[in-house]
Design a protein around this ligand. Structure first.
Ligand code: GLN
Length: 187
């Protein structure tokens, strides 16, 4: 199994470590060619506006969007979720726009810029969640399932082959989310 981790900016190394610990290979996606022969894609946290600009610069957006729309299993965390969202509040533009949700950036405000909590994520119970200047989902279209909430805000969704999380599973020691993502690839 070969999982590509977008490696233009942000917390990609932590995702790679987690995936390799679970026994799969990783490829750092830095250019168009790196998108060949992948079984899954991870879009890490970081700064979504910077990641988007770099994807444009590297002319990767169209191909990446097409692969996700064609069904490649995709795990997107934090900034990655913003990249996938079809709509971004107070922004007329979106980035890959493959996930029919609206997100609000830096949505938990200054006081709560970063925090850790424990929630269930789908069938995974008591998962430690690290939020760092995180977005949340303000609305979603039909077919998008909520898999995680924090204080009545949607912070995790699944839609077809796409899993979008507002928090950072790669920054914990708990590999259950990555494990579940890999099962999505096998099935
Ligand atoms: N606030 C960031 C953004 O808008 C996301 C933060 C993160 O990935 N930890 O891109």
């Amino acid at each position: 199994m070969k999982i590509g981790v977008l490696a233009v900016q942000g917390a990609f190394i932590e995702h790679e470590r987690m995936i390799r610990k679970l026994g799969a290979d990783t490829v750092e996606i830095r250019k168009k060619d790196d998108l060949k022969n992948l079984d899954g894609i991870i879009l890490p946290g970081g700064e979504s506006s910077v990641q988007s600009l770099l994807l444009d610069k590297l002319q990767m957006k169209k191909l990446l969007k097409g692969m996700i729309e064609d069904g490649i299993p995709t795990l997107a965390t934090c900034a990655g979720l913003i990249l996938l969202a079809k709509h971004i509040e107070n922004n007329t533009e979106s980035h890959l726009a493959t996930l029919p949700v609206c997100v609000k950036r830096n949505a938990f405000g200054r006081q709560l810029a970063s925090f850790i909590t424990t929630q269930d994520v789908g069938s995974i119970s008591d998962y430690p969640e690290i939020f760092i200047r995180a977005p949340y989902i303000t609305s979603k279209e039909k077919g998008v399932d909520t898999i995680c909430m924090h204080e009545e805000k949607i912070v995790g969704v699944k839609y077809k082959n796409q899993v979008g999380l507002a928090f950072h599973p790669e920054l914990t020691d708990d590999s259950r989310i990555h494990q579940k993502f890999m099962e999505l690839i096998v099935t």
